[in-house]
Design a protein around this ligand. Sequence first.
Ligand code: BGC
Length: 700
Amino acid sequence: MRQRPSSNPLWLVCAALLVVAACGDDGAEAPTPDARLQAFCGVDYADVEAGIDATIAALSLEEKVSLMHGFSVIPDRGAWRTTALPDQDIAGFAMLDGPRGLSRFSGRPGTAFPVAMARGATWDIEMEREVGRWIGDELRFVGADVLLAPTVNILRHPRWGRAQETYGEDTMHMGAFGTAFVQGAQEHVLTVIKHFAANSIEDTRLEVDVELSERTLREIYLPHFRRMVQEGGAGGVMTSYNKINGVWGSEHTHLIRDILRGEWGFVGITVSDFTWGTHDTVRAIEGGLDIEMQYPQVYGEPLVDAVNAGDVDVALVDEAVRRILRAERCFASRTRDTTIERTESEAALDFAQQVARQSMVLLKNSGGVLPIERREDVRIAVVGELAGAENTGDRGSSAVNSRDVVTFVEGLEAAAGDATLAYIDDSVWDDDAVEAVGVADVVIAVVGYDEGQEGEGQIAAGDRDSMMLPERDLDLLADVMALNEQVVVVYVGGSSVLMDGWQDDADAIVVAWYAGVRGGDALAELLFGDANFSGRLPISFAARESDLPEFDNESLTVQYGYYHGYRHLQNEGHQALYPFGYGLSYTSFSYDGMRVAAGAEAVTVEVDVTNTGDVPGAEVVQVYVGAPGVVAERAPRDLRGFTRLELEPGESATATIELTIDELRYFDEAASDWALEVGDYHIDAGPNVRDIMLTEVISL
Ligand code: BGC
């Protein structure tokens, strides 16, 4: 789905330039420098730039350099701060994570939203914009002005420890979500999108060199960053810890200077990742790093010395200081103050519940075990340690302190009505427990992961050891399934899991992700049928780990090929256990017709969909493109657009999805430019990447 928010100044600039170039898309001309500044800052940018000239002229070298780094190892007054120079009217930045809500480093409670992977499963861009708004507002409320989020690294493998922090495995889907989040959050604060680039392994994140071709980088790992910068107007970019083709992220001239600033026209700030993200004074400043976080190691005194010794041109310092002051001044004037009276307000919690409700994915519902009836004679048994756990996700930098998490058991108990519900904690697996599970009409088994098994490297759990469920849960499922045939498995985790040994015996399978502060209430609404499932997988669930590209979190050099996720599975002919885009509902939908119109700039796809069931529901219509792939090899299908339709029983509607021609291009390495292959393009529409309902072939 293309976002065309009329309130985004950058988009207005792009629209004006459309006559000469398709601004914001691969291969298109970047806006002029003035247009970039105007879009970044607002109409008064010329005054801001003139003011910056005067400030730079008045600052000593030491003062300038002091603006280019944080100054404390631990948070200072509830934030990660950079230097303030009050005499020069420079406030400095107050930065906080995070991807699922106000960071616990603020020292304050925050609304823990479902993690980004869960939100990616909503396929609801407007909802994500609202999530961004809430998180930005809570940051602003506690006095921060820079949000270190979203995390927009492609999920290359499900064992990546920070999978939960990102939106999924597809660059188009990631770009749509990241852009909406940035636009929402930047109503209140500047966002620093992270980590630039190819950062999707935890255990070796500080040392690993990710080798990939220029084409793979351009087509798979960068397009979402570009969209968030150009269309979203992101104010900052955090460099990654890892090396990319032999060069550290914070020193990557090609990524920062050539692509980000040169080709994409980015005029905001670059920020290093914290503590371990910088290595060398000269290489960092020459590479284009503006701010070293969270305390000076290669900037600070070493940078002053390098300038004084003639190793660094002071013009590079001035250039970085200009971007820092621009970001501070422009965002101070273009953002608005907080609109809330407290963090974790009732309204925010209600909204977090709505997001959770839309994010959970129903993978299986055989025999109609769901929804569960709440009659007096219905006995429900809930099992699994995670059912009673406050499990909102990783305890690394994305962690949020919640005052009152509603666990799954609490949510189910509160909503069970006349039905009887018994919770059997794993620690009391005695005769009474066996009896309760045996006689239950339905057993809800909550299994999966928590902060002990997956999370950020070094400061939390790091990468997952396995794609199998923990032993504890495999044993639990075996025991429960031997006692009862009506088992609903609720899976909690940041990415996919293998289902060997239990999938066939599960009557229903729900992916709940890390569902946030009100996850328990949301799960109850769905299991009891008060709400309909509408989540769809933003990642593939593979049948076997060997079907995926290798996950190597030990070697210090890894190769990222052109294929991963659904593109890899399809290319290799592996059937996914549950494909990308998949998810069931309590109703059904028919795809009745498709019209495809190719224009000079865009292809418009219209798909007619009807709700053919008895209850209201939402369908996510997905459009995939199969390019000719003769001149340059392409994936069998690439997601190029999607939209979500809410339909009453019997209602029909038309999904309109626009694909720009530029998005169909591939990166021609020989020419070092984007190219459009002439030939037949398959335009496929359906509810997931596997079950294509309608296809048209167009010639371009
Ligand atoms: C993480 C970043 C985070 C930073 C500050 C680092 O460990 O990689 O994503 O923004 O810490 O908390």
